[in-house]
Design a protein around this ligand. Structure first.
Ligand code: F0G
Length: 360
């Protein structure tokens, strides 16, 4: 390990890219919070939150993009592209700018959180608002790449998960080279849980760890092909045609890596389940009010899953659990504002302020 460096490139020996082509905005190196108040609330005292919202573009996607875009540079790619529910497009747009490449992002029309859309536009990508959902947008982006019109940086590109392995390396590093008993993460297109699994396998293979954390995937109830397959003990999933959830980041019915996600879950004696939109919003607010951490709805799904699985007895109270909170809450201010009180009208007087503060 590169002892003096924090972030994704600290783990460069585990990455298949020559650092000579590095395109980086200093991704990774995010905090791992010991969330004691949250842990007390849900009955898991050793609960941690890995806050991926503090990456350069505000989500874990930056970990994959630094490796993916560095490889694109290695190949001499001029135009890069991806389909996205928002975060992947924000990340790719930024890294393409840094690398001096042209970028096209394919977004499901009307279903991308405002902050993410603003980022892609801000970084200067060609933002294509596709009539359809994420799965449709991905099909179009894939067609463009098959016709060699762009270099595709969705997670079907294996370099992306390679970078995303680093989140697990970091958790292990931050816990003093110990693995948690369980890692919980939201599942959408299902590449991240696969990346985390691959990281575990690589550490085990070189003999640096014995214990593999139970990988636990959480999906929104309205977009849950992987969780449903798990509940049925199936090795593959059945795609869903009309995914719907407040957690737009994981509003995906036909996850590209869904089958791999199931393997990761079964192999690690993990688990998968669904949480409702209501449970997601409650968990999001809980993180804000107990821990001062603002995550986006998809990320709150991991904490909602922690609470639900503890209640069901799937998670033991003595487990050390790391929840990966994948993206920043500021990405989706509309959802926050829909679920908190309105600002309080106040006269320009001390008395009026006192009146307001004395109310509950
Ligand atoms: N959390 C957030 C905030 C995400 O943006 C995503 C995926 C996930 C979780 C799920 O990760 O797809 O690897 O299972 N967002 C993709 C995107 C689909 O386009 O930004 P996954």
């Amino acid at each position: 390990l590169r002892k003096t460096q924090i972030g994704v490139w600290r783990y460069a020996p585990f990455m298949p890219v020559d650092p000579a082509h590095k395109v980086s905005i200093q991704e990774g190196g995010t905090p791992l919070y010991k969330t004691e108040a949250l842990g007390a609330e849900v009955g898991v005292p050793n609960a941690y939150v890995k806050f991926e919202g503090l990456n350069p573009t505000g989500s874990f996607k930056d970990r994959g993009m630094t490796i993916g875009v560095s490889h694109a540079k290695e190949l001499g790619a001029k135009i890069v592209g991806c389909a996205s529910t928002g975060n992947t497009s924000a990340a790719l747009s930024a890294y393409a700018s840094k690398a001096g490449m042209k970028c096209a992002v394919f977004l499901p029309s009307g279903k991308v959180a405002m902050g993410k859309l603003a980022q892609a536009l801000f970084f200067g990508a060609k933002v294509l608002s596709v009539d359809g959902n994420f799965d449709d947008a991905l099909a179009l982006a894939r067609k463009m790449s098959e016709e060699k019109k762009l270099y595709l940086l969705n997670s079907i590109n294996p370099y992306r998960p390679e970078g995303q392995k680093s989140v697990l390396f970091e958790i292990w590093d931050q816990l003093g080279f110990k693995m948690p008993d369980r890692v919980i993460l939201p599942v959408g297109n299902a590449a991240n849980i696969w990346a985390v699994y691959k990281a575990c396998m690589e550490l085990k293979e070189i003999g640096w760890i014995d214990k593999i954390p139970k990988l636990t995937g959480i999906q929104a109830a309205g977009a849950s092909p992987v969780a449903k397959a798990f509940e049925e003990g199936a090795m593959d999933f059945v795609p869903e045609g009309n995914p719907e959830t407040v957690a737009t980041a994981i509003r995906i019915g036909n996850p590209v890596s869904g089958k791999k996600a199931l393997k990761a879950i079964y192999d690690t004696k993990g688990y998968a389940t669904t949480v409702t939109d209501e449970e997601i919003i409650k968990a999001q607010l809980l993180l804000g009010r107990k821990e001062g951490v603002c995550v986006e709805p998809a990320s709150a799904a991991s904490v909602a899953g922690l609470k639900k699985l503890r209640e069901q007895g799937v998670i033991d109270k003595d487990e050390t659990v790391a929840c990966i909170c994948t993206g920043n809450g500021l990405k989706d201010p509309d959802t926050i504002l829909a679920n908190v009180p309105k600002p309080i009208p106040c006269q320009n007087s001390v008395k009026d302020v006192e009146r307001i503060l004395s109310e509950n």
